[in-house]
Design a protein around this ligand. Structure first.
Ligand SMILES: C[S@@+](CC[C@H](N)C(=O)[O-])C[C@H]1O[C@@H](n2cnc3c(N)ncnc32)[C@H](O)[C@@H]1O
Length: 274
Protein backbone atom coordinates (compact mmCIF):
# COMPACT_ATOMS: atom_id res chain seq x y z
CA UNK A 1 0.00 0.00 0.00
CA UNK A 2 1.29 3.49 -0.80
CA UNK A 3 1.98 5.51 2.32
CA UNK A 4 1.37 9.23 2.24
CA UNK A 5 4.96 9.69 3.34
CA UNK A 6 5.37 13.23 2.05
CA UNK A 7 2.41 14.44 4.05
CA UNK A 8 3.13 17.96 5.22
CA UNK A 9 0.63 19.86 7.29
CA UNK A 10 1.19 23.39 6.04
CA UNK A 11 -1.72 25.14 7.63
CA UNK A 12 -3.99 24.05 10.41
CA UNK A 13 -6.91 26.30 10.99
CA UNK A 14 -8.95 25.95 14.14
CA UNK A 15 -12.34 27.52 13.85
CA UNK A 16 -13.72 29.49 16.73
CA UNK A 17 -15.92 27.05 18.54
CA UNK A 18 -17.93 27.03 21.72
CA UNK A 19 -17.87 24.14 24.08
CA UNK A 20 -14.26 23.03 23.90
CA UNK A 21 -13.11 24.34 27.25
CA UNK A 22 -14.10 27.69 28.72
CA UNK A 23 -10.69 29.17 28.05
CA UNK A 24 -10.90 27.93 24.44
CA UNK A 25 -8.16 25.44 25.04
CA UNK A 26 -8.96 21.79 24.39
CA UNK A 27 -7.69 18.30 25.03
CA UNK A 28 -8.58 14.79 23.97
CA UNK A 29 -7.63 11.21 24.57
CA UNK A 30 -7.21 9.10 21.48
CA UNK A 31 -7.19 5.32 21.36
CA UNK A 32 -4.03 3.87 19.84
CA UNK A 33 -4.39 2.63 16.28
CA UNK A 34 -2.43 -0.53 17.08
CA UNK A 35 -4.92 -1.53 19.82
CA UNK A 36 -8.01 -1.13 17.68
CA UNK A 37 -9.71 -4.26 16.35
CA UNK A 38 -10.70 -4.29 12.67
CA UNK A 39 -14.13 -2.75 12.11
CA UNK A 40 -16.48 -5.19 10.33
CA UNK A 41 -18.99 -2.62 9.14
CA UNK A 42 -20.16 0.89 9.89
CA UNK A 43 -22.64 -0.26 12.56
CA UNK A 44 -19.61 -0.84 14.84
CA UNK A 45 -18.60 2.81 14.56
CA UNK A 46 -19.93 5.32 17.14
CA UNK A 47 -22.52 7.85 15.98
CA UNK A 48 -21.90 11.56 16.63
CA UNK A 49 -24.22 13.28 19.10
CA UNK A 50 -24.77 16.20 16.75
CA UNK A 51 -26.83 15.22 13.71
CA UNK A 52 -25.18 17.94 11.61
CA UNK A 53 -27.48 19.96 9.34
CA UNK A 54 -30.36 17.65 10.20
CA UNK A 55 -29.86 15.04 7.51
CA UNK A 56 -32.39 13.18 9.64
CA UNK A 57 -34.26 13.73 12.90
CA UNK A 58 -32.96 10.63 14.67
CA UNK A 59 -29.62 8.78 14.68
CA UNK A 60 -31.24 6.07 12.55
CA UNK A 61 -32.51 8.51 9.92
CA UNK A 62 -29.15 10.27 9.97
CA UNK A 63 -27.33 6.99 9.39
CA UNK A 64 -29.72 6.06 6.60
CA UNK A 65 -29.20 9.38 4.84
CA UNK A 66 -25.47 8.67 4.74
CA UNK A 67 -26.12 5.14 3.51
CA UNK A 68 -28.32 6.43 0.71
CA UNK A 69 -25.88 9.14 -0.42
CA UNK A 70 -22.91 6.76 -0.22
CA UNK A 71 -24.73 4.01 -2.14
CA UNK A 72 -25.46 6.30 -5.07
CA UNK A 73 -21.73 7.04 -5.29
CA UNK A 74 -20.72 3.40 -4.73
CA UNK A 75 -23.06 2.19 -7.49
CA UNK A 76 -21.79 4.81 -9.95
CA UNK A 77 -18.20 3.73 -9.25
CA UNK A 78 -19.01 0.05 -9.66
CA UNK A 79 -20.79 0.78 -12.96
CA UNK A 80 -17.53 2.36 -14.05
CA UNK A 81 -15.26 -0.54 -13.21
CA UNK A 82 -14.40 -0.15 -9.51
CA UNK A 83 -13.98 -3.47 -7.66
CA UNK A 84 -17.04 -3.81 -5.34
CA UNK A 85 -15.02 -5.69 -2.70
CA UNK A 86 -11.82 -3.67 -2.60
CA UNK A 87 -12.94 -0.25 -3.81
CA UNK A 88 -10.77 2.11 -5.82
CA UNK A 89 -7.70 2.47 -3.50
CA UNK A 90 -6.90 5.64 -1.54
CA UNK A 91 -10.02 7.71 -0.82
CA UNK A 92 -10.56 11.31 0.27
CA UNK A 93 -13.82 12.84 1.42
CA UNK A 94 -13.32 16.58 1.01
CA UNK A 95 -15.71 18.35 3.46
CA UNK A 96 -16.46 15.24 5.52
CA UNK A 97 -18.05 17.07 8.53
CA UNK A 98 -18.69 14.22 11.01
CA UNK A 99 -18.26 11.46 8.39
CA UNK A 100 -21.99 10.91 7.84
CA UNK A 101 -21.05 9.50 4.41
CA UNK A 102 -17.41 8.42 4.78
CA UNK A 103 -18.33 5.96 7.57
CA UNK A 104 -20.15 3.86 4.95
CA UNK A 105 -16.84 3.18 3.18
CA UNK A 106 -15.13 1.34 6.05
CA UNK A 107 -14.98 -1.87 3.96
CA UNK A 108 -12.96 -0.03 1.30
CA UNK A 109 -10.85 1.84 3.88
CA UNK A 110 -8.79 -1.30 4.61
CA UNK A 111 -7.67 -1.53 0.97
CA UNK A 112 -5.89 1.83 0.91
CA UNK A 113 -5.79 5.01 3.01
CA UNK A 114 -9.16 6.67 3.54
CA UNK A 115 -9.05 10.33 4.62
CA UNK A 116 -11.64 12.89 5.65
CA UNK A 117 -10.88 16.63 5.81
CA UNK A 118 -13.06 19.59 6.74
CA UNK A 119 -12.79 23.17 7.98
CA UNK A 120 -14.91 22.34 10.99
CA UNK A 121 -12.28 21.40 13.54
CA UNK A 122 -14.61 20.20 16.36
CA UNK A 123 -16.17 17.68 13.98
CA UNK A 124 -12.83 16.61 12.56
CA UNK A 125 -11.48 16.05 16.08
CA UNK A 126 -14.56 14.03 16.99
CA UNK A 127 -13.90 11.86 13.92
CA UNK A 128 -10.19 11.61 14.75
CA UNK A 129 -11.03 10.35 18.24
CA UNK A 130 -13.87 8.04 17.31
CA UNK A 131 -13.47 6.82 13.72
CA UNK A 132 -9.73 6.42 13.38
CA UNK A 133 -8.95 3.66 12.62
CA UNK A 134 -10.08 2.80 10.02
CA UNK A 135 -10.11 6.39 8.70
CA UNK A 136 -7.62 9.25 8.87
CA UNK A 137 -8.75 12.83 9.48
CA UNK A 138 -7.28 16.32 9.37
CA UNK A 139 -8.52 19.89 9.53
CA UNK A 140 -8.22 21.69 6.19
CA UNK A 141 -8.31 25.37 5.24
CA UNK A 142 -10.49 27.68 3.18
CA UNK A 143 -7.51 28.18 0.83
CA UNK A 144 -7.37 25.65 -2.03
CA UNK A 145 -4.25 23.97 -0.77
CA UNK A 146 -4.51 20.40 0.53
CA UNK A 147 -1.54 18.83 2.31
CA UNK A 148 -1.51 15.65 0.22
CA UNK A 149 1.04 14.83 -2.41
CA UNK A 150 0.17 14.89 -6.12
CA UNK A 151 -1.90 11.99 -7.54
CA UNK A 152 -2.36 10.27 -4.17
CA UNK A 153 -6.08 9.41 -4.32
CA UNK A 154 -8.08 7.11 -6.59
CA UNK A 155 -11.33 8.69 -5.40
CA UNK A 156 -12.07 12.16 -4.06
CA UNK A 157 -15.68 12.84 -3.17
CA UNK A 158 -17.45 16.00 -2.06
CA UNK A 159 -21.03 15.76 -0.80
CA UNK A 160 -22.58 19.22 -0.87
CA UNK A 161 -19.31 21.18 -0.76
CA UNK A 162 -19.45 22.92 -4.14
CA UNK A 163 -22.89 24.04 -2.94
CA UNK A 164 -21.02 26.33 -0.50
CA UNK A 165 -17.71 27.31 -2.10
CA UNK A 166 -18.13 30.67 -3.79
CA UNK A 167 -15.30 32.41 -5.63
CA UNK A 168 -12.70 29.65 -5.17
CA UNK A 169 -14.55 26.84 -6.95
CA UNK A 170 -12.22 26.81 -9.98
CA UNK A 171 -9.13 26.76 -7.77
CA UNK A 172 -10.61 23.94 -5.68
CA UNK A 173 -11.36 21.88 -8.80
CA UNK A 174 -7.73 22.31 -9.84
CA UNK A 175 -6.56 21.27 -6.37
CA UNK A 176 -8.78 18.17 -6.32
CA UNK A 177 -7.44 17.26 -9.76
CA UNK A 178 -3.87 17.61 -8.46
CA UNK A 179 -4.36 15.08 -5.63
CA UNK A 180 -6.18 12.56 -7.87
CA UNK A 181 -4.39 9.83 -9.83
CA UNK A 182 -4.79 9.75 -13.61
CA UNK A 183 -7.75 7.42 -14.21
CA UNK A 184 -9.05 8.14 -10.69
CA UNK A 185 -12.48 9.56 -9.88
CA UNK A 186 -13.76 12.83 -8.46
CA UNK A 187 -17.42 13.09 -7.42
CA UNK A 188 -19.11 16.39 -6.63
CA UNK A 189 -22.71 17.34 -5.90
CA UNK A 190 -24.19 20.73 -6.75
CA UNK A 191 -27.39 22.77 -6.95
CA UNK A 192 -28.48 23.19 -10.55
CA UNK A 193 -31.77 23.75 -12.40
CA UNK A 194 -32.97 20.28 -11.50
CA UNK A 195 -32.26 20.88 -7.79
CA UNK A 196 -34.23 24.12 -7.92
CA UNK A 197 -37.15 22.32 -9.58
CA UNK A 198 -37.16 19.56 -6.92
CA UNK A 199 -36.78 22.05 -4.06
CA UNK A 200 -39.63 24.18 -5.44
CA UNK A 201 -41.88 21.09 -5.57
CA UNK A 202 -40.92 20.30 -1.96
CA UNK A 203 -41.10 23.93 -0.82
CA UNK A 204 -37.65 23.36 0.71
CA UNK A 205 -36.18 25.90 3.18
CA UNK A 206 -32.96 26.13 1.10
CA UNK A 207 -34.92 27.48 -1.84
CA UNK A 208 -36.62 30.10 0.30
CA UNK A 209 -33.21 31.28 1.58
CA UNK A 210 -32.12 31.76 -2.03
CA UNK A 211 -35.22 33.32 -3.53
CA UNK A 212 -35.12 36.11 -0.95
CA UNK A 213 -31.79 37.38 -2.31
CA UNK A 214 -31.26 39.89 -5.11
CA UNK A 215 -28.36 37.81 -6.43
CA UNK A 216 -30.65 34.84 -7.04
CA UNK A 217 -33.41 36.98 -8.63
CA UNK A 218 -30.82 38.45 -11.01
CA UNK A 219 -29.34 34.98 -11.69
CA UNK A 220 -32.77 33.89 -12.94
CA UNK A 221 -33.67 37.09 -14.79
CA UNK A 222 -30.31 37.44 -16.53
CA UNK A 223 -29.91 33.76 -17.35
CA UNK A 224 -26.55 33.71 -15.47
CA UNK A 225 -24.26 30.71 -15.09
CA UNK A 226 -23.25 30.95 -11.44
CA UNK A 227 -24.81 32.50 -8.36
CA UNK A 228 -23.62 32.84 -4.78
CA UNK A 229 -26.20 33.78 -2.15
CA UNK A 230 -24.02 34.76 0.80
CA UNK A 231 -20.26 34.93 1.12
CA UNK A 232 -19.17 32.44 3.79
CA UNK A 233 -19.08 28.64 4.18
CA UNK A 234 -22.87 28.69 4.36
CA UNK A 235 -23.18 30.49 0.99
CA UNK A 236 -25.74 28.81 -1.24
CA UNK A 237 -24.24 28.28 -4.67
CA UNK A 238 -26.16 27.58 -7.86
CA UNK A 239 -24.73 26.56 -11.23
CA UNK A 240 -26.37 26.45 -14.62
CA UNK A 241 -25.67 22.88 -15.67
CA UNK A 242 -24.45 23.68 -19.17
CA UNK A 243 -21.85 26.08 -17.76
CA UNK A 244 -20.71 23.63 -15.08
CA UNK A 245 -20.24 20.80 -17.58
CA UNK A 246 -18.13 23.16 -19.67
CA UNK A 247 -15.99 24.10 -16.64
CA UNK A 248 -15.63 20.52 -15.43
CA UNK A 249 -14.62 19.36 -18.90
CA UNK A 250 -11.50 21.51 -18.76
CA UNK A 251 -10.33 19.59 -15.66
CA UNK A 252 -11.86 16.11 -16.07
CA UNK A 253 -13.83 13.77 -18.28
CA UNK A 254 -17.49 13.95 -17.23
CA UNK A 255 -18.41 10.27 -16.84
CA UNK A 256 -21.95 10.44 -15.40
CA UNK A 257 -24.51 12.96 -14.23
CA UNK A 258 -26.89 11.65 -11.54
CA UNK A 259 -29.93 13.75 -10.67
CA UNK A 260 -31.39 13.79 -7.14
CA UNK A 261 -28.19 12.12 -5.92
CA UNK A 262 -27.46 13.96 -2.69
CA UNK A 263 -30.15 14.60 -0.07
CA UNK A 264 -32.68 13.78 -2.78
CA UNK A 265 -32.17 17.02 -4.73
CA UNK A 266 -28.54 17.76 -5.60
CA UNK A 267 -27.12 16.72 -8.95
CA UNK A 268 -23.94 14.63 -8.82
CA UNK A 269 -21.13 14.62 -11.37
CA UNK A 270 -18.85 11.59 -11.56
CA UNK A 271 -15.61 12.78 -13.13
CA UNK A 272 -12.48 10.98 -14.26
CA UNK A 273 -9.05 12.54 -14.02
CA UNK A 274 -7.35 12.16 -17.38
C1 LIG B 1 -23.45 20.86 3.71
S1 LIG B 1 -22.12 20.32 4.70
C2 LIG B 1 -21.89 18.66 4.09
C3 LIG B 1 -21.13 17.80 5.07
C4 LIG B 1 -20.88 16.36 4.61
N1 LIG B 1 -20.23 16.31 3.33
C5 LIG B 1 -22.17 15.55 4.58
O1 LIG B 1 -22.64 15.26 3.48
O2 LIG B 1 -22.69 15.23 5.65
C6 LIG B 1 -20.78 21.21 4.00
C7 LIG B 1 -19.45 20.93 4.68
O3 LIG B 1 -18.42 21.47 3.85
C8 LIG B 1 -17.42 22.01 4.67
N2 LIG B 1 -16.66 22.95 3.84
C9 LIG B 1 -17.11 24.05 3.21
N3 LIG B 1 -16.11 24.66 2.53
C10 LIG B 1 -15.02 23.89 2.73
C11 LIG B 1 -13.66 23.97 2.31
N4 LIG B 1 -13.22 24.98 1.55
N5 LIG B 1 -12.80 23.02 2.71
C12 LIG B 1 -13.23 21.99 3.49
N6 LIG B 1 -14.50 21.85 3.93
C13 LIG B 1 -15.38 22.79 3.56
C14 LIG B 1 -18.17 22.62 5.84
O4 LIG B 1 -17.35 22.80 6.97
C15 LIG B 1 -19.27 21.57 6.06
O5 LIG B 1 -18.86 20.57 6.97
Amino acid sequence: MTQNSKLKVRHLQFLECDGIGEDRGFHFKKKRRRDAPKVKDQSELPMPEELFLKYGNSPKQYANSGKRDSNILREALIRNGVDPEKGPGNILEFGCANARVLRWFCDWAYHGEAWGVDLNSPMVFWCHQNLSPPFHFAVSTTAPNLFFEDRFFSLVFCMSIFTHIDDLYLSWLAELRRVTKPGGFVYITVHDENTHRIQAEQNAPNLAKRTETTAYQEFLEQDSDFCSCGRDWKSLISFRREYLVDVLSSFFEVVEVVEGAMAGSQTAFLLRRL
